[in-house]
Design a protein around this ligand. Sequence first.
Ligand SMILES: [Zn+2]
Length: 544
Amino acid sequence: MNFHVFPAGRPRLGSVTLSIIVALYVLVLLNRSFWAQSLTVLAGQKMALLGLVVSLAAGFIALFVSFSVKYIMKPLLILLVVTAAAASWFMDQFGVIIDSDMIRNAAETTSAEAGHLLTPGFVIHMGAYALLPALLIGWVRIRHHSFPKKLAMNLAVILPALLVFAGAGLSHAGTYAFTIRQNREWFATLNPVMPIANAVAYLQKLRQERGVTVQPYGTDARVADAAAAAQRKPRVTIIVVGETARASSFSLGGYERPTNPELSRRDIFYFDKAQSCGTATAISVPCMFSGLGHDDYSHMGALERQNLMDVLVHAGIRAEWWDNNTGSKGVAARIPYKELYRSTDSRFCENGECKDAILLDQLDNWLSSVTRDSVLVLHQLGSHGPAYYARYPDEYRVFQPDCRSAEFSKCHRPEIINAYDNSILYTDHILATIIDRLKAAENHVAPTMIYMSDHGESLGEKGLFLHGAPWVVAPEQQTHIPFLLWLGKDAKAGIDLACMEKRKTEPVSHDNLFPTVLGLMHVQTEVRDASLDLYSGCLPKPTS
Ligand SMILES: [Zn+2]
């Protein structure tokens, strides 16, 4: 007899009442970022703000009551609460916007990276704002009615609520439309409506991308002096794809702290007006190698076509990718590829992540094995947050005190910046070491190195942290990236240095990577846009 397992103390609620309570709970308590922004963007417009509150309250009630159907009601309400609670944590803590690109980024991230986000603070937040309400929803007893009566009762709430929603919304429609145009990110924080809509959009894109066939690209590629290759040293270009390094924290670009002590003593070209294609790895990395360029880039467009690595292979060049990040995002799909981030080598790795020194470990071996023109991509973990402190070994704890937590609320902003700057200092060391190794190999190869970060990072400017803001509204810290080029003596011979010095000061972007690498490797193909090649344009014209 189980009748008395739940005593009469279990409260009974009408299904409509429960839906309204949950709707208002989500709207009020799990939308702090949205309301904080609303207060800012509608400052001084009291009636418009009131209209927004009334309209959204009515809209949420209409939406949540429409789920008020036996069997599906409780699971759906719980799902909405849990989604909104999780999204609100990242919005409120880091100021991130959960759009479909952000969801892609999260879906393609490694479990170790994701682990850093599951901090004690997050667990407590979820306990208080998701688990507790979910238990309450599960606990209360719902009075259900026959279907016709239920439908009538629901409609009796939904229809008037929709009228209020529309009426209040239309009362200041012009103001809202204008404000949204000026502040595109405003409604992106509306919880859980936007995260769910964006997750659906992401899943739709994913379904399209599944059936993709890759079109050949740049199959005409040839090394210009391939016939004479036996009479010269093999060319080697190392492409270092940085992670989350921002130009404003590079002393090479004018940052007042000495974050580039080693690189500043190397003979490099630093391009200080470089812009990223995206604000997240999952966009920037495929974009950089796609040859599409920022303006024409789409995730699907890049997947449908071969990329820089394939074009190099068409030209007869050995191309390889070593990854200490979260994968090549499909760029290395058809070339030799090493997943160094899965290593358990205790010299470099702990807790499922490896320091970037792992990229150097086999570099000398690789260099001594080079017998023909070769391009190697090294994909760093760089300055990936929020656990900046996990990126660098103890010798690089130069800026102190450094935040030793992935939870920013546990640290003061200067400590977060210290940890971030230490990670840049460590990247400085990694890049300088690669240059030194290449220099040491110059007796048998003709080396060059190109470094570009995938995107920047916000460190509390305008209250934002991390990255992934929609590109059009992204702060400069997320899109202004460090970009540098090192030329070995063979590559530098004959180059017009004044021409290079001038180029360094001009605006450049991820769009320059594809043609410049082809230029460095002397690859001729109709798919190379010579005007974006930062190297060949400064070589003397062939005099044949
Ligand atoms: Zn990234």
